[in-house]
Design a protein around this ligand. Sequence first.
Ligand code: SIN
Length: 350
Amino acid sequence: MYITSTNKLMSSFFIGVFVLLSLFGCQSTTLPVDYEQLSKEERIVIRFSHVVGEDTPKGLAARKFAQLVKERSKGYVEVQVFPNGFLYKDGEEMEALLKGDIQMIAPATSKVTSLVPEWSVIDLPFAFNTYEEVHDYMAGPIGKDLISKLDSEELLMLAMWDNGFKQISNRDHPINSPDDLQNLKIRIMPSEIISKQFSILGAIPKMIDFNIVFQQLEKRDIDGQENTLSNITSKNLHSLQDYLTVSNHGYLGYLLLMNKQFWGELPAEVQELIVETLVEVNEWEWETARKLDAEKLEELESCQCIEIYQLTPEEQQIWGDAFKPVYDYYIERFGAEYIDSLPKFRKDSP
Ligand code: SIN
């Protein structure tokens, strides 16, 4: 099931909340009318850098956002999208944004954990079962608390985009139980919680830039990796792997971030245009992420190129129990409040 009217409402609510949290005085001007006459210097250019391919939920949404903003501002505002880490790589894009060398990025939530470690609550294994659970969590008080921590870092969060739930692949053997991960070198995103998630099970987690995972698998420096199906297929990682476990053990989504100072200097009309356009793009992105995930699973199931194993709910429970020390570790570091609000621990949950 794709976007429902509740999701539509949630999507508008999201953008509103995220932006209102950080709105502050801005210059008010009217958009110029004769845009064709403007030189490049007179137009507003927003450089948006990201590390994935164009045929992924983030890549497609970034392009759609750029196209709509250009159309609606009649060329006055130009969003230049740089995909595949062409401009800045994984470990570089946040610094470039903070320095103002680029104006927008959309890193996975895991990648902001070096700046605001509390965000690693999203990385906890089996913290969420559905996209809606993530969206509800983010729309609640804890989500607002996490967003305000970004605000203190001079970052404006404009939206949260979905990608999907992560699955595990490797080339050695099927992974059905947590013990099967013993001694496997697994590529992960830079997040201490994800690292714990694998080391607790006896695997060897390796934090490696997304853009070089293929080479690392090819060179056999790593045995496997975890990612969403659209990310795996967009980089053809499955061609170097023999086994895929559909575990859905973790959510991967993005924070659409803008340099806060840059935002504050934008004319009010441009801010409005961006916010309105993002409500539409957000809704579209959520729908596209779900569609792509389902399509990629079908493709992998029919390609006969990788052995696929789907964890049963009972097996997921066994994995969940094995991951309990990761939750204890998070609570020790950041307290229980972020965990208590997760859907499965909420006192008011059904
Ligand atoms: C991304 O989806 O932006 C990249 C995720 C990863 O590094 O695996």
